[in-house]
Design a protein. Structure first.
Length: 321
């Protein structure tokens, strides 16, 4: 179910009209609630937390619809012992920081360079630390940088960091290493996100949008439309125009239910797939799985070259104004 459907369901459970919910939320009319429930209006992270508070439920329940949103029963008498409640669905993120690229001309890997006095990877970690629906953070760490990363986590209060995982020889092998290391901690309904450590402009709202889509479809990937440029392919000296309206630029993060990751890695093993992809979405595509893209942000820049550092610096300065 979508976020709007989950809000509507919970509203019905509480016996609220659209106008009553609108008033509780501070909206002027019921039309805003109607549009949210119909999926026509997006919900910001701040409003999502407010919906959870007003509807006496959790952000997790509204995003996934998997957690019961019923009003808690009264506390039983001391003599009555009830079975433990099953654990709620969990959201974890795997941050890929195992790359060695130094095209930034600073002689250290891109994820560890400093921009505005802070390491690039820390910007990513803080976004997930600050998101209320994210429970666990794991980092696929470049060998030799483990102690430095733990020091960063302590310095910037990244309390959700659960551990570091060795990387693989390709991006997808690093994802597989991490998935195998943490799989036993999650149920098939839980969700794991995959985040490149070199994209410091990921935001809490972007993560929420991704989780909403994944809750409805089981898998989602952030992308950017390529409508601002004319696109050609060139082969053997011949150019061919490509319709820019159907092109997207694959970004990060991506989010998948554990059941989807279980399936795709089992399929890859059965087909003896070479596992050379740079990301999980490409693996899904190459194995014939459906891909669900959602629009990201032009500012979701990946640090690759020196000029990318200048752009991100400028964007961060604008945020401080």
């Amino acid at each position: 179910m979508s976020l709007g459907s989950n809000i509507k369901k919970r509203r019905f459970e509480l016996g609220l009209s659209q106008q009553e919910l609108a008033s509780l939320m501070g909206y002027k009319s019921r039309s805003t609630i109607a549009k949210i429930e119909a999926g026509e209006n997006d919900v910001t992270q701040r409003k999502l937390s407010r919906f959870a508070q007003v509807l006496d439920t959790s952000v997790e329940a509204l995003l996934s619809g998997t957690e019961s949103a019923a009003v808690p029963a009264p506390t039983p008498p001391p003599a009555l012992r009830l079975p433990d409640e099953p654990p709620r669905s969990h959201h974890g993120v795997i941050v890929l920081a195992g790359g060695k690229s130094v095209r930034n001309h600073q002689n250290i890997p891109n994820q560890f360079i400093h921009i505005m006095g802070k390491p690039v990877i820390v910007y990513c970690l803080e976004a997930y630390q600050n998101h209320p629906a994210i429970d666990d953070i794991y980092v696929v760490c470049l060998k030799g940088w483990e102690e430095i990363l733990y020091a960063y986590a302590e310095q910037y209060h990244i309390t959700k960091l659960r551990g570091l995982i060795p990387g693989g020889s390709t991006g997808i092998q690093s994802v597989q290493n991490a998935f195998e290391a943490v799989r036993s901690r999650y149920s098939i309904r839980d969700v794991l996100l995959i985040q490149e450590a070199t994209r410091p402009m990921v935001t809490v709202d972007m993560i929420s949008k991704l989780l909403q889509s994944c809750a409805a479809t089981g898998s989602a990937t952030i992308c950017q439309s390529m409508r601002d440029y004319v696109q050609f392919t060139v082969r053997e000296g011949k150019a061919r125009y490509v319709d820019r309206d159907i092109l997207v630029d694959l970004q990060s993060p991506e989010a998948h239910r554990v059941s989807v990751l279980d399936s795709v890695f089992r399929t890859a093993a059965m087909e003896h797939h070479p596992m050379t992809e740079s990301c999980c979405t490409m693996l899904l595509y190459n194995l014939g799985y459906d891909i669900n893209f959602i629009e990201g942000s032009v500012n979701n820049i990946k640090i690759v070259r020196e000029e990318d550092i200048a752009i991100v610096t400028s964007l961060l300065k604008q945020q401080m104004i």
